[in-house]
Design a protein around this ligand. Structure first.
Ligand code: ATP
Length: 300
């Protein structure tokens, strides 16, 4: 039996960050949004364990860790331990989400692996348990399971779905050089020594999503990590300016960066913005959201 599970990248429409908690995590108030850039995880039965990662030519494979350190192996260990099983399987990860790009590609793979291996090993894990295992793997992993548009609180793992009946069009410009999420949070702490415990609330983004109006959403997009990401990578300011002068309603850094994402008025506008950016950037992706969380796409 082969199972393929697809999981989406995320954009944070709002990312409010508070001062670090005693456990070291930053409290977040974020609006996650799943978009059509995705990774596929395919699992086949095997007595042993083997993990291969395939990358398109625009994703440098050197940025990926050894299979033993891949979050997919950690997901497999956690699920196997939960059921008292031994980890087994042949796993193929096909990346379509930038690595270390602020779009939660590793989290998507972890979510997809939990769903795929649950099928392969016939575990029948409850939704509650799979969400709990996901939160143990990383703050963004539960959202990769759920997808759509959702409010994330706590460290991002406490989710509440947000009704989102629009289709939002995005252009994404990945960067050859990734940014380390912990490094961006460290710079955020340095730049905001007096940050309060309460993250910036997401009310304006929630109102814009409810209204389904791209101009209102463009004005409301908010990322507390953007200044820290721009401080580490000043070149990203040029990318944001280039997308906006190519016709995007607004550009922001995605999560901890360095991928820059641009909200556009329509599908046609997104294609036009992408065409403009292609003059200066090798890789320019057009996508939309919201899309589903981790789900089976092939089974047999
Ligand atoms: P986030 O926005 O969730 O903080 P990100 O999108 O910036 O993360 P990821 O692509 O998830 O970045 O990678 C973060 C780190 O995890 C990288 O250093 C990468 O080497 C490591 N990693 C482990 N497993 C994977 C995987 N399957 N895919 C991508 N990165 C992985």
């Amino acid at each position: 039996m082969t199972v393929t599970v697809r999981a989406p990248a995320k954009i944070n429409l709002h990312l409010g960050v508070g001062a670090p908690r005693p456990d070291g995590f930053h409290p977040l108030a974020t609006v996650f949004h799943a978009v059509g850039l995705c990774d596929d995880v395919t699992v086949d039965p095997s007595d042993g364990w083997a993990l291969h990662v395939q990358t398109p030519d625009w994703i440098p494979p050197a940025d990926l860790p050894d299979p033993a350190d891949n979050i997919v192996t950690r997901a497999a260990d956690l699920l196997a331990a939960h059921h008292g099983l031994r980890r087994s399987g042949l796993v193929e990860v096909e990346k379509g989400i930038p690595v270390a790009g602020g779009m939660a590609g590793g989290s998507a793979d972890a979510a997809a692996a939990l769903v795929a291996l649950d099928r392969l090993w016939d575990c029948g894990t409850s939704d509650d348990d799979i969400l709990r295992l996901a939160a143990e793997l990383g703050s963004d992993v539960p959202f990769a399971l759920v997808g759509g548009t959702a409010l994330g609180t706590g460290r991002g793992e406490i989710l509440q779905p947000v009704a989102d009946h629009a289709t939002w069009w995005w252009v994404a410009v990945p960067s050859r050089q990734g940014l380390s999420t912990p490094a961006v949070y460290r710079r955020f702490d340095e730049l905001n020594p007096t940050a309060g415990a309460e993250p910036t609330p997401p009310d304006e983004v929630l109102r814009a999503v409810a209204a389904g109006d791209p101009h209102a959403l463009a004005a409301a997009l908010h990322n507390d990590l953007q200044d820290a990401a721009l401080d580490l990578r000043p070149d990203l300011a040029d990318t944001l300016a280039a997308g906006e002068s190519a016709g995007a309603l607004r550009g922001i850094v995605s999560g901890s960066g360095p991928t820059c994402v641009f909200l556009c008025e329509s599908a046609d506008a997104a294609r036009e913005v992408a065409g403009g950016l292609l003059a200066a950037y090798d890789v320019v992706l057009v996508t939309n959201g919201p899309v589903a969380g981790a789900h089976v796409v092939a089974y047999g």
